[in-house]
Design a protein around this ligand. Structure first.
Ligand SMILES: [Zn+2]
Length: 175
């Protein structure tokens, strides 16, 4: 069976669909790399979700007000942000809202030992030493409809996912 990494964006305390994810996990053994909006979560919510062995939380912006939140972040702002993420104990990876990532963020990720989930169109601007997980559309989802209707909202695909078989892994374990 091939390796499958299921990932979903925009997870936060007010938008988590945990019952749906649990149902999927129970039936398939699926693991979820969830790109979380940390500024929209309480610390108690984060610590409860971190106890779930089939979920891995990875930072996805701070408040994600738009898909361009991190587009122009300086190195200093990015570094301060990553220090805060370290403090929260999230996985040392990052996906920018809307894939809009600055050069300052790339440098900060590299310096702080983070990997990035990124698109191939950024291959030329990304520091060569920065570990990358290239976006794969097939197993990429959203939790809810934060930035407008998401065709890949995970619950819409529930039936198909319930039948999915594979060697499920977290992104952090293959990057
Ligand atoms: Zn997002």
């Amino acid at each position: 069976m091939g390796i499958i990494c299921i990932d979903a964006d925009d997870f936060h305390e007010g938008n988590h669909k945990l019952p749906v994810l649990e149902k999927l996990h129970r039936n398939t053994g699926m693991l979820f790399t969830l790109f979380v909006i940390p500024g929209l979560c309480s610390s108690s919510f984060i610590s409860e979700v971190k106890k779930i062995p089939w979920i891995d939380l990875v930072p996805h912006g701070w408040l994600h007000p738009t898909s361009r939140e991190c587009e122009k972040w300086t190195y200093l702002k990015s570094k301060t942000y990553l220090e805060c993420m370290d403090f929260m104990g999230l996985t040392k990876g990052f996906r920018a809202p809307g894939w809009q990532i600055s050069s300052g963020m790339y440098q900060a990720l590299l310096k702080h030992g983070y990997w990035v989930s990124d698109q191939h169109y950024n291959d030329d601007r990304r520091p060569p030493l920065l570990k990358v997980y290239h976006h794969r559309d097939e197993h990429h989802f959203h939790i809810g409809h934060t930035g407008g209707f998401n065709q890949n909202e995970i619950e819409i695909h529930l039936e198909r996912l319930m039948d999915l078989k594979g060697d499920f892994r977290f992104i952090k374990d293959i990057v």
